[in-house]
Design a binder for this molecule. Sequence first.
Ligand SMILES: Cc1cc2nc3c(=O)[nH]c(=O)nc-3n(C[C@H](O)[C@H](O)[C@H](O)COP(=O)(O)OP(=O)(O)OC[C@H]3O[C@@H](n4cnc5c(N)ncnc54)[C@H](O)[C@@H]3O)c2cc1C
Length: 349
Amino acid sequence: MTKNTAKYIIVGAGLSGLTTAYILYKLGETDILILESRDRIGGRILTENGIDFGATWFQDHHQNVNSLLDDLEIGKFYQYSKGKSVLVYNTMAPAHYFENDPNSPSAFRIAGGSKAMIDSLASIQNDIIKTATTVLEIKEAADNTLTVVTDNGNYEAEKVIITIPPRIATRVSFSPELPKSLSKVMEKTHTWMSNAIKVGITFKTPFWRDQNFSGTLIGQVGAVTELYDHSDAEEKTYSLMGFVNEGLRDVSKKERKTRILDHLQKYLGDEVLNYISYQEKDWSKDRNTSCDSIKSIYMSPRYGDSKFESFYLNGKLLFSGAETSPFYGGYMDGAIYSGIRAAQKVISK
Ligand SMILES: Cc1cc2nc3c(=O)[nH]c(=O)nc-3n(C[C@H](O)[C@H](O)[C@H](O)COP(=O)(O)OP(=O)(O)OC[C@H]3O[C@@H](n4cnc5c(N)ncnc54)[C@H](O)[C@@H]3O)c2cc1C
């Protein structure tokens, strides 16, 4: 791909940006460029060796996810939850068990991993995505277009849709400057899940299922705060995946792994040690998702500030992305909602 100008430039090839391009295509607009800082697409959706290290679950009421999956002909399946689940509320007390209520709806997962959705969106528009291209500056040009300055060349567009999480987008320079009230909102908008550490462990057999364990383990006091069965939809690979206690963020990788495996061995048995692969992902160490300081996190953020609904830079710049959505902000559903909204807005402007 060599072109440096497009009618629309989308900054960020996460779920929101790819959805916007997908909808624009459907509406007949094909003069699009997507600029992505990472050397991969997907943003906070990352599936490696069958493990969803980013977004994983959705439910019936997440209508945008459900519709997009239908549209892309991608299947969904229930999170496995049969059998005994473990509740750890005190590491010195014996394990407590609970059974999931078979009548309460379980969350869904995406067949093929969450990245199936990303790969499908991108397959329609692969030649317009430029990875390893970090946007540094967006400025108005004399001919009423915008110049997008990156570490990999300059680009021109009539309209730019920026899907970088708002707080990360404060690293970009804008000329003319954005209103102070907007910059303040951007700075305050916590990037959902940017502090999470996930672990994924794959096994030859689902030994926990054989012992009537669901694979679910919940509790704030141990090395793993939440764990779930993460076997694939076809039940060909068997994994456990969950969230690591953030108290282990700064210990060595070796110590963290030992403490995680010790914890799981205690509650699920010695077979935990016979794993095929063990992987971790600390999103706080990932510059394209996380901000420099995570010392304090406002855990119930309100997303979708109305300031994200307006155009900036004289009607040529629009903000989008999960954190700009008033509905299910921070989640995949919000990312898709904002992506659809952005496409409709730039077309009708
Ligand atoms: C650990 C974890 C677990 C999660 N679990 C769930 C879940 O179970 N269910 C759910 O619904 N949601 C979940 N989420 C949230 C979900 O992943 C997000 O809502 C969604 O993926 C956000 O998509 P987005 O496109 O808005 O943003 P992003 O995916 O963050 O995309 C933004 C893109 O912009 C790029 N970028 C950043 N800076 C620049 C720059 N200067 N120039 C160019 N590109 C740039 C980034 O690399 C990225 O690709 C989870 C997230 C994480 C991290």
